[in-house]
Design a binder for this molecule. Structure first.
Ligand SMILES: [Zn+2]
Length: 184
């Protein structure tokens, strides 16, 4: 039975690398997969999934208007979605239907919470609806398991307020454990 999978982690845990590996495994068996990333995530150029370890590839992109039930119009072996925290709540429901009704496995990769510690709506729905949930682990600079994300400006100074999604800014993100997140 096909499932909707949610693989979540803090920043820099290798989500994109894991996704590219899964795509490779399917394709090595001659099977067709489709890969998507968020149109608003243009760190590495629009429509690219880039692993910090090197490999990267062109993908399709989704935005707020994407209807997955419409664009996944043929049976494929697997649908892979990076930056899944940017999915809309209705899109998560569409992905769940793709798995449960049409029998297409859907594997999503994303962050649970933003730099303020607030859940991304897409991730909250994924945590609620996904049939299989797994954490990809990463560590904080202090050595504890990282579960949170910190936004920093171009000088490395922490930013604690602002919009959940920042477009076109110079900020970057790093992972932290809960203790460092609240005490820094
Ligand atoms: Zn820490």
């Amino acid at each position: 039975m096909a499932k909707l999978y949610f693989r979540y982690s803090a920043m820099n845990a290798g989500k994109s690398t894991a996704m590219l590996q899964v795509a490779h495994n399917y394709e090595e068996q001659g099977q067709t997969v489709r890969l998507f990333t968020a149109a608003i995530d243009n760190r590495y150029g629009v429509g690219q999934v880039t692993s910090r370890l090197g490999p990267h590839r062109q993908t399709e992109v989704f935005d707020a208007d994407t209807n997955f039930l419409r664009i996944i119009d043929q049976k494929i072996a697997c649908l892979l979605i990076d930056e899944a925290q940017f999915l809309g709540t209705v899109q998560v429901q569409q992905l769940h239907k793709l798995a449960q009704v049409r029998g297409i496995p859907v594997i999503t990769y994303g962050l649970r919470t933003d730099f303020r510690g607030e859940p991304f709506p897409g991730s909250a729905y994924l945590l609620a609806l996904a049939d299989d949930i797994e954490e990809l682990k990463n560590i904080c600079t202090c050595g504890k398991k990282a579960t949170m994300n910190i936004r920093v400006d171009q000088d490395g100074k922490r930013i604690k307020e602002g919009e959940q999604i920042s477009i076109g800014g110079n900020e970057s993100y790093r992972q932290a454990c809960g203790r460092c997140f609240y005490s820094e």
